[in-house]
Design a protein around this ligand. Structure first.
Ligand code: GLP
Length: 262
């Protein structure tokens, strides 16, 4: 796992936006896995700027989001579809027909999940999967004890996740109880994984993900199995890492340089 620690949240967000925009510039037909949550809001603002400043075309990009709440009308303002349309797709000019999320109103979530997996396969798989992390170590909506081999499916949200997300709804009662999420196995199939965590409230989950034992108690620890996983952190999210000095020695200021000898 490559661990890049930046001095501030702003620098970490910019680093992730640059990786995404460089990836699209190098491969305009990239298949990107995208994420939502508060952490990604500034990343998408910066990505939109980076894309427009360098004139990077986005018409051929295909995107698959990690997850979507289940049991909401599609036009509900707190669906992840609404979030993505308003925060990224509309503003950056991504053709909406090439952007995919599970349907929040799917009548048959089992069939919807299988169809989502098939769509990802038909697109040739995901080149780069962007990820955030929940305070309980979830990725997508794979809550603790999710199978590390899981595929896209309906998951029941934990009370702690519902609490963390109730700010986007009209109180705890109105916060969805279910979501359709890519599985951990689905996420691990991506050719590259890129996880961003900022803030001291993520420090414990970040330590368990990077240095803890591999296990379903911390779904993000499954990234230890991925051959090309990059974790971008700000200093606050890196506070609890035992080997923090080592990561900073390997990549000073979070800069991803290749070693050379001589
Ligand atoms: C949400 C999303 C995750 C996200 C996480 C952290 O529940 N399903 O994909 O990474 O929680 O969200 P935030 O960035 O708001 O802390």
């Amino acid at each position: 796992m490559k661990v890049l620690i930046h001095n501030s949240a702003e620098l970490a967000q910019q680093a992730v936006a640059d990786i995404l925009s460089n990836r699209i510039a190098a491969s305009p037909a990239s298949v990107l896995g995208l994420a939502t949550g508060g952490t990604m809001e500034a990343v998408y603002d910066r990505l939109i700027l980076a894309l427009s400043e360098s004139g990077v075309p986005v018409e051929e990009v295909k995107t698959f989001n990690l997850d979507e709440y289940w049991g909401l009308a599609p036009d509900h303002p707190a669906t992840y579809r609404s979030y993505m349309n308003s925060r990224l797709f509309g503003r950056a000019g991504f053709p909406v027909g090439r952007t995919f999320l599970p349907a929040s109103d799917a009548a048959d979530p089992v069939a919807e999940s299988a169809a989502y997996e098939a769509k990802i396969r038909d697109a040739g798989g995901i080149d780069l999967q962007l990820l955030g992390i929940g305070q309980n170590g979830h990725i997508g909506f794979n809550e603790p004890t999710s199978s590390l081999a899981s595929r896209t499916r309906l998951k029941t949200l934990t009370e702690s996740t519902r609490m963390a997300n109730q700010q986007y709804f009209d109180g705890q009662e109105a916060t969805p109880k279910y979501a359709i999420t890519m599985g951990i196995g689905t996420i691990l199939d991506a050719r590259d994984c890129l996880l961003l965590a900022t803030g001291s409230n993520k420090a414990d989950a970040v330590r368990k993900m990077i240095e803890g034992p591999l296990g379903a108690h911390c779904p993000a620890s499954a990234l230890q199995l991925h051959p090309k996983a990059t974790v971008v952190l700000d200093a606050a999210a890196a506070t609890d890492l035992t080997l923090r000095e080592y990561y900073q020695y390997v990549h000073p200021d979070g800069i991803d340089v290749q070693p050379s000898h001589g």
